[in-house]
Design a protein around this ligand. Structure first.
Ligand SMILES: Cc1cc2nc3c(=O)[nH]c(=O)nc-3n(C[C@H](O)[C@H](O)[C@H](O)COP(=O)(O)OP(=O)(O)OC[C@H]3O[C@@H](n4cnc5c(N)ncnc54)[C@H](O)[C@@H]3O)c2cc1C
Length: 374
């Protein structure tokens, strides 16, 4: 049983309870406080530190590769594709305006997309020009994408046919970003309760009572689920598809030439340097069925596919060894668009990110906060 002191402090009723302390929950809390300074907010996070995607991703502050934008344009239409790009572009700018380079190890290294020969290879420059022209109103009058095929060898890559450069992509330190954002959220007077897993709730219309696995309750006027890939456990009707992303990190590589962030195969492979190591993630498309899971236990199949990929495409003088590997869990909406849904009158969910939440969450959070407050 809680003491009076506890019920009157840590567990006191709040205006809004946010479930999930990853990037989505943290940015939304910050925005709510900005848009309504007197509001009281508690973030309830089931792990000691957030455990989903935000601290286990690849740390790309990216707004999309050329083929990703072309493919998004054909699946969702030009306007929706541009809307997402704009959110991602502004999201990166917002991160930079909140944190110093040192706080989050921001590396404005630029990013590349590597390609094999494809049926439209002879139109590559035309497509680059086409997307650049579409992006001009968002990023200003300078080219976003350029053909960098000549750099394949000098950047330490092999067995690719084309390379496209985008100077606006950057790398960040995902752990430091979440840590700095958490500090900022706490500074604004937002409470964070770690180690509390929400397992059920009772909606009494004027308030919601959340119950935790450890038999505590938290009362809020409104509840927002920011549970991303784990949303099905609590709100199966939203049909958020979990997708595991696995990552390997090499030991330091002497004379590493490969610097920047990289995408290949519509983003199914992504790698970057961290100093003189390479972080490589992806290969989910080699085992879609088993990667549609919330289990953090990675598989040898994916790890070996990733290692083969590195050995095949990275020019190194010594054998590559893997020092660390881990998994994170993403959440996918049906149409790849961020989802804000009012599930009941005072219960909502914000599922942003379809594997691109670093750049998307800061701006999507503004829209989510506005919807919750109006
Ligand atoms: C391997 C990998 C690589 C990625 N690379 C990139 C990248 O380079 N660039 C990019 O932009 N995006 C990337 N992403 C995607 C990005 O990390 C996500 O879009 C973003 O972190 C989502 O944030 P979130 O807060 O919605 O989810 P999460 O970070 O998953 O947070 C959800 C939180 O909810 C908590 N939770 C769940 N259930 C409960 C419950 N019942 N009670 C209390 N708490 C609960 C979890 O513990 C978790 O901390 C990657 C993702 C993965 C997995």
């Amino acid at each position: 049983m809680l003491s009076f002191w506890e019920t009157d402090s840590f567990y006191s009723p709040v205006d809004i309870a946010i479930i999930g302390g990853g990037l989505m929950g943290l940015w939304t809390a910050l925005e709510l406080k900005k848009q309504s300074p007197n509001i009281s907010i508690t973030i309830v996070e089931r792990s000691t530190t957030p455990l989903g995607a935000s601290t286990r991703n690849a740390g790309f502050a990216c707004f999309g590769s050329l083929t990703e934008l072309l493919s998004d344009e054909s699946s969702m239409g030009t306007n929706a594709m541009l809307e997402i790009v704009e959110m991602r572009y502004k999201g990166i700018e917002k991160i930079k305006s909140h944190f110093s380079v040192e706080q989050i190890d921001l590396d404005e290294c630029g990013g590349y997309e590597a390609l094999y020969n494809m049926d439209w290879a002879n139109q590559l420059n035309d497509r680059i020009a086409y997307i650049n022209q579409l992006l001009t109103p968002i990023i200003g009058n300078h080219d976003c994408f350029s053909n960098a095929t000549k750099r394949i060898k000098s950047i330490g890559l092999k067995k690719f046919d084309h390379l496209i450069f985008n100077p606006l992509e950057a790398g960040i330190h995902s752990g430091k970003l979440v840590s700095a954002l958490t500090d900022l959220v706490k500074e604004k007077g937002i409470r964070i309760l770690n180690g509390m897993e929400i397992i059920s709730w009772e909606n009494l219309n004027d308030k919601v009572i959340l119950s935790t696995k450890s038999n505590q309750t938290i009362t809020a006027n409104q509840v927002l689920f920011c549970t991303n890939g784990f949303t099905n456990e609590l709100l199966p009707e939203l049909k958020i598809a979990p997708a595991r992303g696995q990552i390997i990190l090499t030991a330091p590589i002497n004379g590493l030439l490969t610097k920047g962030t990289f995408h290949f195969d519509e983003g199914f492979y992504y790698w970057r340097n961290i100093g003189n190591r390479i972080l490589l993630g992806g290969a989910r498309n080699s085992d879609f069925t088993n990667e549609a899971t919330t289990s953090f236990e990675g598989s040898d199949l994916i790890r070996n596919t990733l290692l083969d990929f590195l050995q095949n495409h990275l020019e190194t003088s010594a054998p590559i060894t893997i020092e660390q590997s881990w998994s994170g869990i993403m959440g996918f909406t049906k149409n790849k668009l961020p989802l804000f849904e009012r599930v009941e009158n005072n219960i909502s969910a914000a599922i942003a990110c379809n594997g691109m939440g670093v750049a998307l969450t800061p701006i999507f959070a503004e829209k989510v906060a506005y919807q919750l407050l109006h």
